[in-house]
Design a protein around this ligand. Structure first.
Ligand SMILES: Cc1ncc(COP(=O)(O)O)c(C=O)c1O
Length: 444
């Protein structure tokens, strides 16, 4: 299994590189499909056996079962949920990361990878305007980042049982993080555009007799609508009450690189912690979430693992990513982003993000012009929420299934003000404007 001259291993390596290359080179991969569990169980039956099936049989399973039964998240026709759109350079470098098995949990083991990841984190911190000294690590995504940030908030500003103020539009992972951390969620109403405004927090802080508020979670790009909360107002309240300000920019953070909307993020620089998912709108590969703390030293008491076999790794002053979230061994998941940024430069990132914003603006215009549709929320970033006059919940579900089955687009409904409605999310700069025209026509 480890001999590079072994014919079986050589054939496996060649087949995998061919497959990866073909996918990387495909500008518009098939949308793919899902299958029922029983069909896949039977297709995979006996695949792992005593003597191995060999490369041809294994690759047939990869092609016919694994690859086919997946909806292509990274393709230009995936406009549901929150898509991904990794650059080709990032995808290719992801294979390099796998081949090297870097171990950037510690400086001692993978100093080069840690330094490159830290350079990337600094670029993100600069985009947000965070102070010198801000830092953190790459985690698997927004959920992991939100959990880690709230753990530090709890340990520095409160304790088990203390309160986290969140808007009703915050991502679902915040509620689960609070549950895991023994924190109490107190929900604060959002305004009619789905934004949490600073003044709405005043009641939420409550009086001095109740449990202390340890943190406020603000969204900079709420998942459902792309709304950006009133970050300045929230920062002011957090400062006044000594609460930790966590900004969840897992989806929206990519737009920090777009000059046309940058001012909407005013106040983000005051965050105590910030999450941006490069695997969403910064064209990184899955799974890659950036977690930044204004003062990373605060995370050590929460996360540093202590053991005699780690002593050497934790020599005075060593920067170890394992100190900044819950993990020890970790993949160098920030490196594909770093490589892609080095190759293309930040101007290319700004252009690509701006193109995505333009797609959303054009889509909103198309909705406004259509006599069968209503635009429900003016898109702040790249999410367009709209409805088809007269449709029932079942109409939306049937329409979404048809578009996927016909390989036109992957788009799923959501709910807005209690009603099932349509939602399109753009993240791929090469999505053609005509895709949304087709989607709109399919709703007649
Ligand atoms: C605003 C926001 N926060 C957190 C998350 C969770 O991110 P992940 O799926 O990477 O855990 C998402 C996912 O869409 C999101 O949109």
């Amino acid at each position: 299994m480890h001999d590079p001259n072994d014919p079986l291993s050589r054939a496996a390596v060649a087949a995998c590189f061919d497959l990866a290359r073909a996918r990387i080179d495909d500008p518009d991969p098939p949308l793919g499909r899902t299958a029922d569990a029983a069909a896949l169980e039977s297709a995979l039956a006996g695949a792992i056996c005593r003597r191995g099936l060999g490369v041809d049989a294994a690759m047939a399973l990869v092609r016919d079962v694994v690859v086919t039964n997946a909806v292509a998240l990274d393709g230009p026709r995936f406009v549901a949920l929150i898509p991904a759109a990794p650059s080709l350079a990032a995808k290719a470098f992801d294979a390099v990361v796998g081949a090297h098995s870097f171990s950037p949990e510690s400086w001692l083991e993978s100093a080069g990878a840690v330094a490159a990841e830290n350079q990337t984190l600094r670029v993100l911190a600069d985009a947000a305007g965070m102070p010198e000294g801000a830092g953190g690590c790459f985690v698997s995504g927004g959920s992991a980042g939100n959990l880690a940030a709230l753990a530090v908030a709890r340990d520095t500003r409160g304790g088990v049982g203390s309160v986290v103020l969140v808007s009703e539009t915050a991502h679902a992972s915040i509620d689960r993080a609070a549950h895991l951390l023994g924190l109490t969620i107190r929900t604060v109403p959002a305004d009619d555009r789905g934004r949490l405004v600073g003044a709405a927090l005043d009641d939420g802080f409550g009086d001095d007799d109740g449990p202390a508020v340890c943190a406020v979670v603000a969204s900079a790009g709420a998942t459902n609508t792309g709304a950006i909360d009133d970050l300045v107002g929230i920062a002011e309240r957090c400062a006044a009450h000594g609460a930790w300000m966590h900004v969840d920019a897992a989806y929206g953070g990519g737009a920090l690189f777009a000059p046309s909307v940058r001012e909407r993020f005013a106040g983000i620089e005051r965050a105590d912690s910030l999450v941006i998912d490069p695997h969403k709108w910064l064209f990184g590969t899955l799974d890659c979430g950036a977690l930044l703390y204004k003062d990373p030293a605060l995370a050590l008491p929460t996360f540093r693992q202590r053991a005699s076999y780690l002593d050497l790794l934790q020599a005075e002053g060593a920067w170890n990513p394992s100190d900044y979230a819950f993990h020890l061994t970790r993949r160098a998941r920030g490196l594909p982003l770093w490589f892609s940024m080095v190759v293309h430069g930040l101007d290319a990132y700004a252009d690509a993000v701006e193109r995505v914003l333009e797609l959303a603006r054009n889509a909103a215009e198309t909705v406004r012009a259509a006599d069968h549709l209503d635009l429900l929320v003016e898109p702040e970033l790249s999410v367009v929420v709209f409805e088809r006059r007269g449709w029932t919940d079942d109409d939306y579900a049937g329409w979404a299934r048809r578009l996927l089955a016909d390989e036109i687009a992957f788009v799923v409904p959501t709910r807005w003000n209690g009603r099932v409605v349509a939602r399109a999310v753009f993240l791929h700069p090469d999505t053609p404007d005509t895709l949304f025209d087709t989607i709109v026509e399919s709703m007649r």
